[in-house]
Design a protein around this ligand. Structure first.
Ligand code: THG
Length: 277
C-alpha cells in the first residue's frame, strides 16, 4: 500500500508523537522491552506519513539512558525515517545519538535558552549536524506573553546560528500552554508564531499542539481548529498523532487556505483519494 499521504501530501513536517512513555501502554512496552508493540507504532506512523518518529522514554535517571537506546534501536530496525530524540535529559540525547545508525538526519528534542541546557547541549547540536527543536524556555521560566516567546526564540536563534547551525535545521517551539488555565494561551502562541515567521522566514516552527486542550472537553475539536489557526500564522511542523485522519485532513485544508498549496493540488488529490470526507 502506498503511503497514505505520499509523504503526508502536505508541506507540514510531521513528528509522530505516539512513542512516548508517558502514555500508559507505551510505558508498559518500554518496561517489558516489547519490541513488537513499539515496532508496530513506528511502522504505522511511517505509513500514515510521519516525517520523523519521536522517541520519548518517559522515564528518569539511569533507566532513561538505556530505555532511550532501546527505543532508537527498535525504531530504526523497522523504518528509515529519521528519529526525534525527545528527552529533557542531555545524557539521554547523547546516548540516543551513539546508537543511531539511520542515514537521515535526526532531531534533537530539545534545547532551551536555559544556561544549563545550552552548556550541556550546544556543542553537541553543532557537532552532531542534527536538526534541533529549540524550546522558547529561558531562565526567566515559562513564557506567558507572545513577547516572552519571541524573546526566548530570538536568543536561541542568535546562539544557534552564531554557533554554525543553519536556520533550516532549527525548529523553534514557541511552547503551547493550556487554554484552560490561561484564556490568552492560544493568542500568545499564535502571536509569537506570526512574529517569528515574519522575522526569521528560514527557521521551522513546530509545537506539541495538543497541550492547548489539556483539561478541557472535546479536545480533538480544539486541537484541529488551533492547528488551522497556527498554520495560517506560519507553523510548518508539529509533534502530533499522524494516525488522526481528521487532523491530517485539517492540515491539508488549512495549508490550501493559507496559500501553501499551489492550484490546490494537494487538496484536490486528498479529496479524490477520500481523505477529506
Ligand atoms: N514540545 C516538544 N516536545 C514535546 C512536547 C512539546 N514532546 C512531548 C509532548 N510535548 C508531545 N508529545 C505527546 C505525546 C503523546 C501525547 C501528547 C503529547 C498523548 N497524550 C494523551 C492525551 O493527551 O490524551 C495522554 C496519554 C495517555 O495517558 O495515554 O498521547 O510540547 N518540543
Amino acid at each position: 500500500m502506498p503511503l497514505a499521504w505520499g509523504r503526508n501530501g502536505a508541506d507540514m513536517i510531521i513528528i509522530g508523537e505516539l512513542i512516548n512513555g508517558t502514555r500508559k501502554r507505551v510505558g508498559q512496552a518500554v518496561a517489558d522491552r516489547d519490541e513488537r508493540y513499539i515496532s508496530n507504532l513506528a511502522a504505522q506512523q511511517a505509513e500514515a506519513g510521519a516525517d520523523f518518529i519521536d522517541c520519548n522514554p518517559g522515564t528518569v535517571g539511569d533507566a532513561e539512558i538505556s530505555d532511550m537506546q532501546w527505543l532508537v534501536e527498535t525504531v530504526q530496525a523497522v523504518t528509515d525515517l529519521p528519529i526525534s530524540f525527545d528527552s529533557p535529559n542531555p545524557a539521554a540525547l547523547h546516548a540516543a545519538f551513539e546508537v543511531y545508525q539511520t542515514d537521515a538526519v535526526p532531531m534533537i528534542n530539545s534545547i532551551t535558552a536555559e544556561q544549563e541546557k545550552l552548556d550541556a547541549l550546544l556543542d553537541f547540536v553543532v557537532e552532531s549536524g542534527a536538526n534541533v527543536i529549540a524550546l522558547a524556555l529561558s531562565d526567566q521560566g515559562m513564557p506567558s506573553s507572545a513577547e516572552d516567546r519571541v524573546d526566548a526564540s530570538a536568543s536561541l536563534i542568535g546562539v544557534l546560528t552564531e554557533a554554525g547551525v543553519p536556520a533550516e535545521r532549527i525548529f523553534i517551539d514557541p511552547l503551547v500552554t493550556p487554554l484552560g488555565t490561561d484564556s490568552k494561551a492560544g493568542c500568545s502562541f499564535l502571536g509569537a508564531v506570526r512574529a517569528i515567521r515574519d522575522q526569521w522566514p528560514a527557521v521551522h516552527l513546530t509545537c506539541g499542539l495538543s497541550n492547548i486542550s489539556f483539561g478541557l472537553p472535546q479536545r480533538r475539536l480544539l486541537n484541529r481548529i488551533f492547528m488551522a489557526q497556527a498554520i495560517a500564522a506560519g507553523l510548518d511542523s508539529a509533534i502530533m498523532d499522524p494516525l488522526d485522519a481528521e487532523m491530517m485532513a485539517t492540515i491539508c485544508t488549512a495549508e490550501a487556505l493559507a496559500g501553501c498549496d499551489e492550484w490546490c493540488t494537494n487538496y484536490i488529490s486528498a479529496a479524490r483519494a477520500g481523505r477529506l470526507a
